[in-house]
Ligand binder design. Structure first.
Ligand code: UT7
Length: 332
């Protein structure tokens, strides 16, 4: 019997309309376009305005995906949502989205792995397909980072944006789809990248609000060092494990946290800039949204059989890579 792989058969992104560019940030904090561009590669990011949560963007991405792939919400067996900005601590954002799209009483849950969330969710979803349990699974990465960003902190507010991307996963018996994955974590990294309050350890109090502990805290340099090494290591590791040379790789799809981290990863892999998906300049770091948003932006350049390496590093620390064979010739 041929092995069943989980293949991406459709992709759709959603970004909110409002554009927060570097010039506007110059009015909020002591920063400048030159610093942000040279240190990160970011020019602008999208912001979801109003009383709306991450699910708002996730639902828009899913609805577009269903339409594009001619799939009814009732056909979906499972929704996994990767997010660190759920609408609420509970219920899960996946449950809210399954209800909003009219999917019925299906299995739905969230995965929290910060910037590696999409890789963790995609790998988890693939197991339900490979085992034959489910036939149509949606994986959505969505984060409203603006809801946890301190717009008086110049070291973080220039980095992040809001966005969502969703993929449809289906079984494939012809060798296309997810071939291999490596997922890692190191909880000792929490001291460098976290949102301190709002969980069970430090529930919200007047003090936690006054101390601005409901926002992202990041000690940039140690995170940068660990990100450069880990993303490059894990990308090289998955190539070696699967006997892939740089010529075999059609695309590197990296998490978009900092252009310098992406450059270091592609250099280590020996992959030229023309094979690297990059949209950080327009969206910044959308956490779980970056990788599906890249795939969405590049969809019409992808060809059936292309070897893709997806790679990410983020809060936890978490990091990882996925090797997949693209399953269809795209027509956007
Ligand atoms: O996706 C989740 C994982 N996160 C990441 O992968 C992010 C990893 N870290 C980074 O990407 C980088 O560390 C940052 C982009 C956050 C910062 O870049 P850096 O080159 O590491 O800068 P730095 O923190 O060493 O700061 C250099 C200088 C400092 O000033 P002094 O001490 O040299 O006078 C900062 O205060 O730049 C200053 N600075 C800024 N200046 C203008 C920090 N933020 C800003 C800013 N505008 N926004």
């Amino acid at each position: 019997m041929k092995k069943i792989h989980a293949a991406i058969t459709g992709i759709q992104g959603y970004v909110p309309e409002y554009i927060l560019n570097n010039k506007e940030l110059e009015k909020l904090v002591d920063t400048n376009d030159e610093w942000i561009t040279t240190r990160t590669g970011i020019k602008e990011r999208r912001i979801l305005k109003g009383q709306k949560g991450s699910s708002e963007m996730g639902v828009k991405a899913i609805e577009g995906l269903l339409k594009k792939t001619n799939t009814s919400a009732k056909e979906i067996d499972l929704i996994i949502c990767a997010t660190v900005t759920p609408d609420m601590l509970f219920p899960s954002t996946a449950c809210l989205m399954a209800d909003r799209i009219g999917a019925g009483n299906i299995c739905a849950f969230d995965i929290s792995a910060a910037c590696s969330g999409f890789l963790y969710a995609l790998t988890t979803a693939s197991k339900f397909i490979e085992s034959g349990t489910y036939k149509k699974v949606i994986v959505v990465g969505c984060d409203k980072m603006s809801s946890i960003i301190d717009y008086t902190d110049r070291t973080t507010c220039v980095l992040f944006g809001d966005g969502a991307g969703a993929v449809l996963l289906e079984p494939n018996s012809n060798g296309f789809g997810i071939v291999d994955y490596i997922l890692k974590s190191d909880g000792s990294g929490a001291e460098f990248l976290k949102m301190k309050a709002g969980g069970s350890l430090y529930p919200a109090t007047h003090e936690t609000v006054d101390a601005r502990e409901h926002f992202v805290y990041q000690d940039g340099q140690p995170v940068f060092k660990k990100a450069v090494k880990s993303m490059a290591d894990v990308s090289e590791e998955i190539m070696k494990k699967n006997n892939l040379s740089s010529d075999d790789i059609a695309w590197l799809v990296p998490h978009q946290a900092n252009k310098r981290i992406i450059d270091a990863t592609s250099r280590r892999m020996g992959v030229g800039d023309d094979k690297v998906m990059l949209n950080i300049e327009r969206y910044g770091n959308t956490t779980a949204g970056t990788i599906p948003l890249c795939l969405w932006d590049w969809e019409n350049q992808l060809k059936k059989g292309d070897n893709l390496i997806l790679a990410a590093f983020g809060g936890g620390f978490t990091w990882g890579s996925i090797y997949l064979k693209w399953a269809y010739d795209s027509k956007k």
